[in-house]
Design a protein around this ligand. Structure first.
Ligand SMILES: [Zn+2]
Ligand SMILES: [Zn+2]
Length: 283
């Protein structure tokens, strides 16, 4: 292994936690000083529960997959597995292409968890948050987190991305998820320009609407291009950002969706939701 890869493997946790806390802090301050919408639930209650879920997810991932995606990329390169380990391209090209393609896979995965009823059950934990802010960005059920990691492993084995591309991708995904879920005011002209290269909070908020056609739009996490390319882009919510309702219809009472144990149980209650792509016209 070369020196950069050794450094990444050795300090992966520290690098990622450093970015996580740094960006979280900036977005949290921005939300306090320039909020986009008024929140419904007291921050202390939501944040403590959402962050407890993040803590559990981090622990589960480290226990199940101690080497994480970076470890899988090292393994694939040692075995010579995957496209970019097989064809030696200039580093810059391989890294850029890998980051873009992995982001495309996350887009497809996101469409999939909305389309397949059983997977929507997991993913609705993310959508059932009645408010939309920086902590929503990391609010996922542990089973969805495990599924994401397994899909990531499969993509890495096929793609063979450089190790540095994997850590860049992980940091970018984490950073953009916190940014585009945050409840921040952003000048509309700047939002329009930013949308050309990154998913903005106004763009992703549409995806958290209770309206099915809006929820089934804007699946992108980091790059906004996939939604435009595959026809799932919706510029703004019908009711406007301040008046729109965030969450899902069936589970919208704060006592159903705010507490940690309720989030963990949410995938296992109720009938298969009508809130998925393949049955969105049924009532
Ligand atoms: Zn979603
Ligand atoms: Zn989201």
């Amino acid at each position: 292994m070369n020196e950069i890869n050794l450094f990444i493997v050795e300090y992966e946790i520290q690098i990622r936690l450093g970015f996580f806390f740094g960006i979280f802090f900036v977005m949290a301050l921005w939300e306090i000083f320039a909020p986009r919408r008024q929140l419904l639930i007291p921050k202390l209650l939501r944040w403590s529960n959402n962050l407890a879920l993040v803590f559990i997810n981090t622990l589960v991932l480290r226990l199940l997959f101690p080497a994480a995606a970076v470890g899988m990329a090292v393994f694939a390169s040692e075995q010579g597995w995957g496209l970019f380990n097989y064809y030696q391209l200039p580093m810059f090209v391989a890294v850029t292409a890998s980051v873009i393609l992995m982001d495309g896979m996350i887009y497809l995965q996101h469409v999939m968890v909305h389309a397949v009823p059983a997977l929507w059950r997991l993913h609705r934990v993310h959508h059932a948050d009645p408010d939309f802010d920086v902590t929503t960005g990391a609010r996922f059920h542990p089973l969805e987190i495990i599924l994401s990691m397994l899909i990531k492993f499969a993509v890495i084995v096929v793609l063979g991305p450089p190790v540095v591309a994997v850590i860049i991708f992980e940091i970018l995904l984490n950073a953009t998820a916190m940014f585009n879920h945050s409840n921040v005011q952003l000048n509309l002209k700047i939002d329009k320009l930013l949308r050309l290269i990154v998913v903005t909070p106004d763009m992703h908020r549409v995806h958290h609407s209770v309206e099915p056609d809006e929820t089934n739009s804007n699946f992108g996490f980091s790059l906004p291009w996939w939604d435009r390319l595959f026809g799932t882009y919706k510029a703004q919510p019908r009711d406007g950002h301040e008046a729109m309702t965030i969450g899902i219809h069936q589970y919208n009472r704060p006592d159903q969706v705010t507490w940690l144990h309720k989030m963990l149980l949410l995938p296992f209650i109720g009938k298969i939701s009508e809130y998925v792509i393949n049955s969105r016209y049924q009532k």
